[in-house]
Design a binder for this molecule. Structure first.
Ligand SMILES: Cc1cc2nc3c(=O)[nH]c(=O)nc-3n(C[C@H](O)[C@H](O)[C@H](O)COP(=O)(O)OP(=O)(O)OC[C@H]3O[C@@H](n4cnc5c(N)ncnc54)[C@H](O)[C@@H]3O)c2cc1C
Length: 456
């Protein structure tokens, strides 16, 4: 890239243009996963849709790859690239709530922490992720699984419209009424179709919830998982609860002599009346003795920040995800073998329930390919020391491979790592052919290639 071109870009955009010789470059090139060490030619911290349009045109004309960064949480580091252009939304974090229409319009760089804080002021929320620093953009475009999924569907089921800058550098509105094919594709197809500068969501009345993690002795894992699979099948949809493996962090609610021990856990969220919460949580106390817990009534935004400390920016990470129809006894046996070997306090398996509202959306109504699965399983390892890379990655690989016989062929694009690109077609199942068609229409040259790529 010539200096002249870069200076032209600087003239065209309102946001900061950060190049390798700028002081801020080191920070600008980094994403959440500390394993990712890429060096883009330029990072543009866009300030408005016009900036995004200019950056896309600049990349296309220069033959440069485009990476789009919302919250920067992609496991494989799709929010940065080597030698290309990063459209970085970290300066666009505004949310406007319409309490009458029960909708919110949010910029492309909004995190779930930003979003939940803004909507909570009106007693409203929508399905988002379980960590507050994750971006709404990537999470929604790939699916969006969290505490409210059983009641209100995936995040993408709550998307009303999005503003999308196409590979041509044109702004389009994508909704049921405008560019409906594009709207279909972005609801599951990730960042393949364009740069989304803003998102409009449907909101629901959610204020305080009854929430918390409950820890069981690891020998109770079989009991807990068998109980859970039956319980969650018919539980009211206000109940979002997932089982996990968790090394006890040094927190006051856990007896000091148990810090560092491995536990089976259930993390539950009752989003109906908080007054009913204690009663709704009774079955979790009946299945086995709860050795430590931190449960009670809390404002909804607080629960999405509760585990943030386990995933600070820069921690090294490796991810795998599968969809599961039935949690069979054999699958439970595989969990019992692999889950307790989680190598660090930030490494875990979560089994998120996605029955309920998610199943009421037709399999071909959005690009998301797994409306018949009951669970989305994630195995993630996170650690600090590069010397521990291979041990941590191996745990994830072994666990995921052991679960493969009990899982669907495709997984969740948001829990896939860079060595999962061969699974893209399976991830979309019967929706894949249509995704290719829409990709050919909106991005025939595959400008947006830094993602779980749909090849036009
Ligand atoms: C700590 C942690 C917790 C998580 N918890 C959950 C969870 O509870 N539920 C869940 O479903 N997932 C969860 N995830 C996975 C998460 O959904 C994905 O990592 C998601 O891609 C993150 O989105 P982002 O915007 O932060 O990431 P980014 O790295 O910025 O982007 C991810 C992908 O989305 C695309 N993209 C980003 N912004 C835009 C945009 N404005 N326009 C078009 N494309 C864009 C990019 O091209 C990229 O391919 C979690 C991830 C982490 C690291």
């Amino acid at each position: 890239m010539s200096a002249k071109t870069l200076s032209e870009l600087r003239d065209q955009v309102r946001g900061e243009v950060v190049a390798p010789d700028d002081a801020d470059y080191e920070d600008a090139r980094r994403v959440h996963n500390g394993m990712i060490d890429r060096r883009p030619a330029v990072v543009v911290r866009v300030m408005n849709a016009g900036d995004a349009m200019a950056v896309v045109r600049y990349a296309r004309e220069g033959g440069l790859e485009v990476a789009i960064r919302g919250g920067g949480h992609s496991g494989p580091g799709f929010g940065t690239c080597d030698g290309g252009v990063v459209v970085d939304f970290s300066r666009m974090r505004s949310v406007r709530v319409d309490p009458t229409a029960k909708t919110a319009r949010a910029d492309g760089g909004v995190t779930w922490g930003d979003f939940n804080a803004a909507t909570h002021a009106f007693g409203l929320a929508t399905t988002g992720g379980v960590i507050s620093t994750t971006g709404i953009a990537g999470l929604t475009l790939g699916g969006g699984i969290g505490y409210l999924t059983r009641g209100y569907g995936l995040s993408l089921d709550n998307l009303v419209s999005a503003d999308v800058v196409t590979a041509e550098g044109q702004m389009l509105v994508a909704s049921e009424d405008e560019n409906a094919d594009l709207f279909w594709a972005i609801r599951g197809g990730g960042g393949n179709f364009g740069v989304c500068t803003s998102f409009e969501y449907r909101l629901h009345p959610v204020e305080d919830v009854y929430w918390g993690p409950m820890f069981y002795e690891i020998k109770e894992t079989e009991n807990v998982l068998r109980f859970y699979r039956d319980f969650i099948r018919n539980a009211p949809e206000e109940m979002g609860a997932f089982p996990a493996f968790q090394i006890a962090p040094p927190l006051p609610f856990i007896p000091e002599d148990r810090h560092g021990d491995m536990f089976a856990a259930i993390v539950a969220c009752w989003s109906g009346s908080p007054d009913e919460g204690e009663e709704r949580f009774r079955p979790f106390h009946e299945v086995a003795e709860v050795k430590a817990e931190f449960v009670g009534r809390v404002p909804y935004p607080a629960i999405n920040a509760a585990f943030d400390g386990l995933f600070p920016k820069g921690i090294r990470q490796y991810w795998k995800g599968n969809f599961v129809k039935e949690l069979s006894d054999d699958a439970i046996a595989a969990h019992i073998e692999h889950g307790p070997k989680a190598p660090t306090v930030s490494s875990t398996m979560h089994l998120y329930p996605i029955n309920g509202a998610c199943h009421r959306v037709a399999p071909d109504a959005t690009a998301f390919g797994h409306r018949d699965a009951n669970f989305a399983m994630v195995v993630v390892s996170a650690w600090d020391n590069p010397a521990d890379d291979s041990a941590n990655m191996q745990w994830v690989r072994d666990y995921s491979a052991a679960m493969a016989p009990y899982s669907e062929a495709g997984g969740y694009i948001n829990f896939m790592d860079s060595d999962d690109t061969n699974r893209v077609q399976e991830n979309y199942g019967n929706n894949y052919a249509r995704l290719v068609e829409v990709k050919r229409k909106y991005d025939p040259g595959n400008l947006f290639t830094v993602n779980q790529n749909i090849v036009p």
